[in-house]
Write a protein that binds this ligand. Sequence first.
Ligand code: SF4
Length: 586
Amino acid sequence: MRSPISGWTGKILHIDLGTGEMAVQRPSRRLYETCLGGRGLAGHFLRPVCSLEINDPDLPLLVFAGPLTGTIAPASGRGTIMSRSPLTGAICDSSVGGRLATQLKRAGWDGLVITGRAETVCGIEIRDDAVRVTPTDLAGTTTDETFDRLAQAGPRGMAMAAIGPAAENGSPLACVMADRHHAAGRGGLGLVWAAKNLKFITVKGTGKVNVHDKDGLRQAREDILRLTAASPVLLGKHGFSCWGTGALFDLMDARRMMPTNNFAQTRFAQAGRLNAAAYKAAYGPRRHGCTGCHILCKKIADDGRAMPEFETMSHFTALIGNTDMDLVMQANTLCNRLGLDTISAGATLACFREIMGENFTGRTLIKALYDMADGSYLGQGSLDFAQSCQRPELSMSVKGMELAAYDPRGAYGMALAYALSTRGGCHLRAYPVSHEILRKPVATDRFTFSGKARIIKLAEDANAAVDSLGVCKFVFLAAGLEEYAKAYTAVTGVAVSGPDLMAAGERICYNERIMNAHNGFDACDDDLPPRFFTEEGSSGSGIDIPPIERAAFLEARANYYRIRGLDADGNPTRDTAIRLGLEPDR
Ligand code: SF4
């Protein structure tokens, strides 16, 4: 049956793995228009139960697509996996690429709300309206074995998502892998799957997404394609399409903000021979990407292995003192097979190395990754390990989630963005790299907090809207919400402007703040590891990397709280919640 509304399918599927019961919910149009989809809609379903423990069967695992997913809107093949983070206790959503979200929409579902705990390890198979929960003998298998087995038995073009041994052995660094090469990496969401005894989800849809105004969508698409074609960062000869996100590697080193030796330094002397060009020469990668994307920033080596993303290239070299490129390839492949988040895994190894004073060899590095996935102490993350050694300050994390590959002493917007992110040490919530380093859409001074509080708040709102539409953030290095508002209007028939989408994003961010505050997070958690305020980075070549001035950071954070409508402790206020149309918490 065709959806009575355009863009959304109008149906959300609730699956209780404990009882096997399923129920179809048809949300009001108003709910869709308020939350958009993806991260926004998932956050709506998480809010009433956001304090439940990870092992509580009633804690939902949420898998959502956006209203643009499954249409010809460029780079709209992204979805959201969301729950409470086993790593941090905060809310956690992770954008997932590949085919998952697109197939979900084609199968007729805007999202899945999965609760309960199956008696034995199981999978969910979705074939349009036909959905079944099936026991599986895939428990304990690596993700590549799982995908091989599922692909043999399933229809061509089917989407697959699965967890690996890391999740099944209890590691809060566990990710979810989708379609072999795509990760919903951060925050340990794989462990939520394991807590439900859920090993995999496969989806194959044969339907189409209703589009209200096909000509309008074609026009919006043309506009966006024109803008991306003119973007050196995306489609230029040094951009993501040619080199993957590894294109950032040289830039971060040249800007002296490459996290080195557990963020003790910001320059890695051997970086020049570990860059994207070196990988290209060694592994002959080809382009790969998410459904419907023309940028194709993912890269697959000539032997079929996924090439590491920039974050992995950086954390498995500079951060841990490794200069062996092939070891990075091995580590990346192993993390994917075991279902480990490469960013948190690399940063946890770096923390271990600094505290224990032990360098890694190829053998000990690979063994450490296997140990992590076996549920050893290192598999609990850097903060847990550093605390057990009475050195919590050496966990380079925010809210317990390890920082990505941008040293905040080299970009003060990033310092604020890391500290304030609702999911912990995340670079993508506001992605200030765009203006501080890539100079898009307009360049800002990377060594000042001046104006950054407002910029970070607006970028968070924009990215929340982007995640909720089902679109890739990278496109916004070229296009804006104005262009995507036209696409959204054409797809759904709901007339919106860029500022309308920003307002939706603001609501989504505030809802997340309310959930985190409900779970006890406040200003104490919106902070950076002390190293960044007391130690200088690797100054040189005319670039000074001093410690961040703490008073300036605190002033910028206070400005952010004011602009975001929070109180002085970073807590949501009743007035702002009501102004945004959200239920105040208490
Ligand atoms: S730019 Fe990369 S991550 Fe984004 S949708 Fe395209 S292939 Fe996926």
